[in-house]
Design a protein. Structure first.
Length: 304
């Protein structure tokens, strides 16, 4: 086989995990998650962990890099790349086939394009200098260091913007050492739905997760000692549900604003994937409307 990795990607609510599990079961492989928020324990419904999707014909497909960190810890692309290399090598050593699955474009590209990454420690002095600056001012500083922002979430909150500035400053001052990434030959599969269907799936999924107790999940995280600011840092569901729980948004306002934010997020994900293609990553787009067995066979045929 000319490929040593299968990557299944797509925007939120396109059924990536279920498809990855079915293909992985056929390959007798193991899944590596590429989701920047599913690494956190206790953040389940809000991050869209669909545990049932990992089961195929009653058997659980092995998976990695889900539920590996406590909520509140800052996981990042450097740590993901390091964890990916370790898990990938372990899977290969067992003679199993690795399947990378997720929607975090930066994480995916860090593997597929072998980004040269280094760990960035906190810079207390810089943080003190930036204290009190508005988000607009912080965004301006970041853009002066990095004119083309790859990730809008870097400037979603003051805290994220400060961290992004900290990283750019460190990278500018320190020579980067190449990470010891294995030679990756990946077949990249994208799940394609038209925009309207994608919107319908997002809204339906949001309603289902709220019915399943997503608000209770966020309340439980707050009760465990996490501050509202810590949860708001994670954006999307955790931001808007926290704002509702602390009384800043009514339920209807929360739902409406969150629904819009997830639609915008999915659009940004697609923009990133199209950007990956422009930057030289070949993605085979599979029709999301096809029955599961047809999608699986199409992917297996491409692999062979």
């Amino acid at each position: 086989m000319k490929y040593n990795l299968l990557t299944i990607l797509g925007p939120t609510a396109t059924g990536k995990t279920g498809l990855a599990a079915h293909v992985t079961a056929r390959l007798k492989g193991e899944i590596i998650s590429a989701d920047s928020r599913q690494v956190y324990r206790g953040m389940d419904l809000g991050t869209g962990k669909d545990y049932a999707d990992y089961f195929v014909d009653g058997v659980e497909v092995p998976s990695h890099l889900v539920d590996i960190e406590a909520a509140g810890v800052h996981y990042n692309v450097y740590r993901f790349q390091t964890d990916f290399i370790r898990v990938y090598n372990e899977i290969q050593s067992r003679g199993k086939f690795p399947v990378l699955c997720g929607g975090s474009g930066l994480y995916l590209e860090a593997v597929l394009k072998n980004y040269r990454l280094i760990e960035v420690p906190p810079n207390r002095e810089l943080r003190k200098e930036l204290e009190g600056k508005t988000l607009e001012e912080l965004t301006g500083i970041l853009k002066s260091m990095k004119p083309r922002l790859h990730n809008d979430t870097d400037v979603e909150t003051d805290r994220r913007a400060v961290r992004a500035i900290e990283i750019e400053k460190y990278y500018a001052e320190h020579a980067q050492e190449a990470s010891e990434m294995p030679e990756i030959r990946s077949l990249n599969i994208g799940i394609d739905f038209d925009r309207e269907m994608r919107r319908q799936r997002i809204t339906l999924r949001l309603k289902q997760r709220l019915e399943e107790g997503m608000l209770d999940e966020v309340q439980k995280l707050l009760d465990s000692g996490l501050t509202p600011d810590q949860l708001i840092y994670y954006g999307l569901e955790y931001k808007f549900l926290t704002l509702h729980l602390i009384g800043e948004l009514s339920y209807d306002e929360m739902f409406r604003q969150l629904e819009i934010a997830i639609h915008q997020f999915a659009k940004r994900q697609m923009t990133w994937f199209r950007g990956m293609e422009k930057r030289g990553t070949k993605i085979h787009w599979v029709n999301g409307h096809l029955p599961m067995n047809e999608k699986v066979e199409e992917i297996l045929n491409l692999l062979e």
